[in-house]
Design a protein around this ligand. Sequence first.
Ligand code: ZN
Length: 204
Amino acid sequence: MVDTNRDELGSYFDKIKEPILLYKGVVTCPVCRKKSLELEEHLYEVPYFGRILLSSGKCTNCGYVYKDVRLAETTKPKKIVLRVKGEKELRYLLVKSSYAYLSILEKNYEMIPGPASHGFISTVEGVLHRFMEALEVACKGREEEPGCLGNKKWLERAIDGKEEFTLVICDYEGASKIMGDDVIEEPLDEYCSGKKPEWMYSWS
Ligand SMILES: [Zn+2]
């Protein structure tokens, strides 16, 4: 159900108790707008994070697959900042809810939330692998171009713990978290306001 590498988090997930089914039903699909998304929500008690909600669903009309992870007890909206100096921080676990914005500041790598975004639980290293996958898709057929090559090399070095960088999460709902030392949580600032997608302002 969780979209992550099982080897990376295998022992972590082994510690999780039986989940509780909170909701099972059919809701409106964010992609095709038909009431055909079969959704399940489970409450998990997990080490370090406490209680988290995992949602997963599939639309029987258009095939859209929905996944989200969020803290069950939400906090205030916040900006989460982590300076990644090497291997230690690469192993930190994080929850990024579907509506949170994530970036690697120095490289302008972004995960911009859309109405159909996914949330996930991952290590910091796992986030770098997600950017690598996105890069591979974007650079298909032009791998040797300087932009593609340069970013690939940077990500490879970062995955090896040889690049320092700043990971930022703008958590507009207070449903995300990074677990570890030296994680800074502060109120949302101008940077995060500027990254908040237009569609999110229409929330009631
Ligand atoms: Zn659909």
